[in-house]
Design a protein around this ligand. Structure first.
Ligand SMILES: [Zn+2]
Length: 485
């Protein structure tokens, strides 16, 4: 934990804690309101499962059709919808009140945060922070993100609960499942519906708070240029929010996050740099390996550790016709593809600076940058850090090496250039031979010509690991060995 230093940081942390306390209180009230409804629903379910057991004991074969006869299941489902509607009354009230409290708080706090930012920047006069009338935010209360009434969604959850219970019972009867197991399935289903209600409560409170904050920031566009995404750096924060933490957004940009996100916007002053603070990504980089691994999962963490993935590569953006823009955590494949794109753009920008004549040529691919561990080794020979490959060379090695999977080998090149298993002095002067694992038995060997201002791949080929290590020039010329490589 870092201690917040600026007044803005302190105020933002206090306001967020208050927001989370209100959120907690709302969830507790919802759970309390659900308890009696849940007890009654369970009793209704138990009455029907007892009937099933009694019928079975009397020698009747109970099939799904038995549930439909005499409207046994339909009656139960009506009862569940009615019980849920009673809960929905309470839930609607709790969520609406929490939204209202969030809007009122945001109304005051947006102004206080703006004033804190001004004081942090040493601006004490001349800046008048406008406060919108509360009425201008009335439309954020009692509605969902798409503007539809909150009540509609809560009612649909009741129908879902009835459906879930019906499905569980029908399935149980069809496969002859024992009643205790059935009771557990139904409990889980009803618990899942409650969780959905809790998640709506949290999401809608946060949305009301953020929207009200952003509207107040927009009303102060003469002082503010935008807002900054603020997450709490903790083990419980999702990687998407850690990556977004500290990012800057324009006043017109909505706060596009995910369900149950607990992040908030803070104001950014016009004509002022944002005061430095530790970002979520920086915080994450300082955590021990076990913590990082638990937060990312092993696959993503391996790539993060190698430097292939950054946290920002994990952030996906999606646009939904109904709910607008949102963010989600990318799959490992999508994140890797995004990382490759980012890397390529960075390399292209680097070449533009290092060697504009190469950047202009269309017969050249920029493969990637050498890793920082190789800076000294390569730096003795070349000022360039980006490795290039010309179409002529590609044509050449494609012609001569039809014995292996060229596509796979080419895809490996950026990683080998960045993080080779070893680098050996080549037989030709100025040649550095980068070596990567192609598979268990083969190395992918990549000789690179190091000219003072350019690095060029000369060819690529496979060699068995056994043979490679026995070659005289290899034994003579090892320049770099990856740790554990
Ligand atoms: Zn978040």
């Amino acid at each position: 934990m870092t201690t917040p230093t600026s007044e803005l940081d302190r105020a933002a942390a206090d306001f967020r804690n208050a927001l989370l306390r209100r959120d907690d209180a709302a969830l507790k009230r919802l759970m309390a309101a659900y308890q009696p409804a849940y007890t009654r629903m369970q009793a209704r379910v138990a009455a029907l499962t007892t009937q099933i057991a009694t019928a079975q004991a009397a020698g009747e074969t109970v099939r799904p059709s038995w549930l439909i006869e005499r409207e046994r299941l339909a009656t139960l489902q009506h009862q569940i919808v009615a019980e849920w509607a009673r809960f929905a009354d309470a839930a609607e009230q709790v969520i609406t009140e929490t939204q209202r409290a969030a809007v009122v708080a945001a109304h005051a706090e947006a102004r206080q945060l703006t004033q804190a930012a001004l004081r942090d920047a040493g601006v004490t006069t001349g800046a008048d922070v406008v406060r919108l009338p509360l009425a201008a935010m009335q439309d954020l209360i009692g509605v969902l993100g798409d503007g539809s009434p909150l009540r509609g969604l809560l009612n649909r959850l009741g129908q879902q609960a009835a459906q879930d219970v019906g499905d569980a019972l029908t399935h149980a009867v069809a496969v002859g499942r024992n009643p205790r197991r059935t009771a557990r399935d139904i409990r889980d289903a009803l618990g899942g519906d409650l969780n959905r209600a809790l998640s709506i409560a949290r999401t809608e409170q946060m949305r009301a708070y953020r929207s009200a904050s952003l509207r107040n920031y927009q009303a102060n566009s003469d002082i503010l240029r935008g807002w900054q995404w603020r997450a709490t750096s903790s083990r419980r924060t999702c990687p998407v929010c850690l990556a977004m933490d500290g990012t800057e957004h324009g006043l017109d940009e909505p706060f596009a996050s995910h369900q149950c996100c607990r992040c908030c916007p803070v104001p950014l002053l016009r004509d002022r740099e944002t005061p430095p603070r530790e970002t979520g990504a920086e915080w994450f980089a300082k955590q021990d390996e076990a913590t990082q691994r638990a937060m990312l999962g092993p696959g993503k963490h391996d790539l993060y550790k190698q430097g292939t993935l950054t946290l920002a590569d994990l952030v996906g953006v999606k646009d939904d016709a109904r709910w607008g823009r949102g963010r989600y955590q990318r799959s490992i494949g999508d994140a890797t593809a995004a990382a490759a794109k980012r890397e390529a753009a960075q390399v292209a920008a680097l070449v533009q600076v290092q060697n504009p004549s190469i950047a202009r040529r269309t017969d050249i691919r920029q493969i990637g940058s050498i890793g920082p561990q190789l800076t000294t080794l390569v730096g003795e020979r070349s000022q360039a850090t980006v490795v290039c490959l010309s179409d002529g060379v590609v044509e050449h090695y494609r012609k001569h090496s039809n014995q292996f999977d060229i596509g796979r080998a080419e895809a490996m090149l950026p990683e080998i250039v960045r993080n080779p298993v070893m680098v050996v002095a080549g037989t030709k002067a100025k040649s550095l031979v980068f070596v990567g694992d192609f598979d268990e038995n083969y190395y992918l060997v990549v000789p690179i010509k190091a000219l003072p201002e350019e690095l060029w791949i000369e060819t690529i080929y496979l060699d068995t690991k056994k043979r490679f290590h026995k070659r005289g020039w290899v034994q003579k010329g090892s320049l770099y060995q990856r740790e554990g490589g």
